[in-house]
Design a protein around this ligand. Structure first.
Ligand SMILES: Cc1cc2nc3c(=O)[nH]c(=O)nc-3n(C[C@H](O)[C@H](O)[C@H](O)COP(=O)(O)OP(=O)(O)OC[C@H]3O[C@@H](n4cnc5c(N)ncnc54)[C@H](O)[C@@H]3O)c2cc1C
Length: 500
């Protein structure tokens, strides 16, 4: 097999050197690929492409596009059987293992979302054949070029007591402000463009429910990140504020970034518009196609790797501080291990309970929403458990790696950073600084927020679970018992006549 044509890191980084408008700290960033706020995270994301292009990994990670013949990431693959779904999952797990699950919007997330929607292309065809054709052509373009897409599908938070259409006239939500034969002009903002600084294109849609009258907001499209008028307003960069890689190992390399995406009169051509003025189709593109399933199935695959990483971190902590032999600590680690394994096993359940939807094999919807409901609570719980296990060890640390360069301080560090498992002082500090960057630093705090909210607030995710559960089966079990008795069977003959 020739692998030379598979997208690699060099190709991806070159593709980002365009005219995108990224803003940080009051200034426009000239080239995110070399900027100290973004360069390392971009390099981490790009290294995923080198990984897939490596001859040893090419078969695991890629498949041949049926249109171009080019090998592209398996996230673009539409599984036609249980076996293909599992094969596709193995590629996604392997990519997540390269970053411990900390790149939430790695390229396989959107590739999964779009591929899932395209598996339900008949929903678009029934809505509008022209929009369906535009979407299919876009999918083929995105797949054959193995592009890195991200998305914004949520409105900026603003005032949640008002519906989209009830906001003030100068509403900040993306909406249609003009249209002509060439396309549609949109204005306004969306949150929260994770990974947008390192993506090639942005997909825009409206996941939150819209009223029938809110047609101006009901649009879905995809545009290149350097389209004229698109402003990327970045949050604080944790990468830029990392003291060093030794001090902030996660922030230094894995800060995928989040940004407000502001569309300042962006003109979107018709061949990039997939939903136009249809509130109902905004919902259907996620929920009547397998789109929402595939995007969140990818997220759970990634998260299962991250939870396994957290359990490993917890065990390291217990061994280093010498609590691993305490029965209650063993109990805690056993519980964490069981929780991580449950999530991993739920992935297998989604696949085993999957079903054939026309040509394609799709994971089980309710098994997926069950995993999401559980993991939204589990992630912060596990972070809290690691805090509990670590005590002050994650704070009792040198201010920075530079303390080791001072002989007097180095001596104090050697005397105080003592481990139960034979780690040197440097090894102990290295581990505990990693732990803090995962559980307590600004980077760590953002990750807890991410895992609690990336798929919607709890009431949203639990609503999906409510709507997709087998209530007939569940209530039927109760009915089976209820049907076996009635009031009269518990009364004597005399009581029965009195009760009648
Ligand atoms: C780190 C991070 C990265 C993100 N990246 C992206 C991205 O790349 N693309 C994207 O599209 N979005 C992204 N998001 C946005 C994410 O999808 C939203 O945060 C999520 O959908 C929740 O919306 P919200 O933040 O407006 O919270 P809200 O919906 O306003 O909810 C906040 C809280 O208010 C309460 N609440 C609000 N409404 C109700 C109600 N009706 N019933 C009960 N309680 C209620 C609940 O306590 C809830 O937890 C990201 C978010 C985070 C934190």
């Amino acid at each position: 097999m020739t692998t030379q044509d598979i997208k690699n890191a060099k190709e991806h980084i070159a593709s980002l050197q365009d005219n995108r408008e990224v803003y940080l700290n009051g200034k426009q960033v000239e080239d995110p690929t070399t900027h100290p706020a973004f360069a390392q995270a971009i390099s981490t994301a790009a290294s995923l492409y080198d990984f897939q292009a490596h001859p040893d990994n090419a078969d695991l990670m890629t498949f041949k596009s049926p249109t171009s013949g080019r090998r592209v990431n398996r996230a673009w693959q539409m599984p036609t059987s249980y076996e293909e779904l599992v094969q596709r999952r193995r590629a996604l797990v392997t990519w997540a293992e390269q970053h411990g699950g900390f790149m939430g919007r790695s390229p396989d997330h959107l590739a999964s979302a779009i591929t899932g929607q395209i598996m339900g292309l008949e929903v678009f065809e029934a809505y509008d054949p022209a929009r369906a054709k535009a979407y299919w052509d876009y999918y083929v373009y995105a797949r054959d070029n193995d592009i890195f897409l991200t998305y914004v599908i949520i409105n900026p938070q603003t005032d949640r007591s008002k519906a989209v259409g009830e906001q003030d006239d100068d509403t900040p939500m993306v909406k249609i402000v003009d249209e002509d034969a060439e396309g549609v002009t949109v204005r306004g903002a969306k949150m929260l463009g994770t990974s947008s600084i390192m993506a090639n294109e942005i997909f825009v849609a409206h996941l939150q429910p819209l009223q029938p009258s809110e047609e101006d907001y009901a649009i879905s499209f995809a545009v290149p990140m350097d389209i004229s008028g698109l402003k990327v307003v970045s949050r604080k960069s944790y990468e830029q504020h990392a003291v060093s890689e030794f001090d902030n190992p996660m922030a230094a390399r894995y800060d995928e970034n989040d940004a407000i995406m502001f569309f300042d009169d962006v003109k979107v051509p018709w061949d990039r518009i997939f939903v136009h003025r249809s509130p109902d189709m905004c919902r259907a593109q996620f929920h009547e196609t397998p789109g929402h399933i595939f995007q969140n199935y990818q997220a759970q695959i990634r998260l299962s790797v991250k939870l396994k990483f957290l359990v490993g971190l917890a065990r390291h902590v217990a061994e280093t501080i010498g609590t691993i032999t305490i029965p209650s600590v063993v109990d805690t680690l056993g519980r964490m291990a069981a929780q991580a394994c449950s999530v991993e096993t739920m992935l297998h359940g989604m696949e085993a309970k999957g079903h054939q939807r026309g040509e394609y094999f799709v994971p089980d919807r309710h098994a997926l929403y069950s995993a999401q409901t559980l993991t939204q609570e589990l992630y912060p719980e596990m972070i809290n458990t690691i805090r509990e296990l670590a005590g002050g060890a994650v704070i009792m640390l040198p201010s920075s790696a530079e303390d080791f360069a001072d002989p007097g301080l180095a001596k104090i560090i050697k005397q105080t950073q003592v481990s139960a498992d034979g780690k040197s002082d440097v090894e102990r500090v290295k581990l505990l600084k990693l732990v803090w960057d995962v559980i307590g630093s600004e980077f760590g705090g953002r990750h807890t927020q991410y895992e609690m909210f990336y798929a919607g607030a709890q009431f949203v995710v639990r609503g999906h679970s409510f709507r997709s559960y087998d209530w007939d089966g569940s209530k039927g079990l109760v009915g089976t018992i209820l049907d076996r008795y009635d009031l009269s069977s518990s009364l004597s003959k005399g009581q029965r006549s009195a009760a009648e």
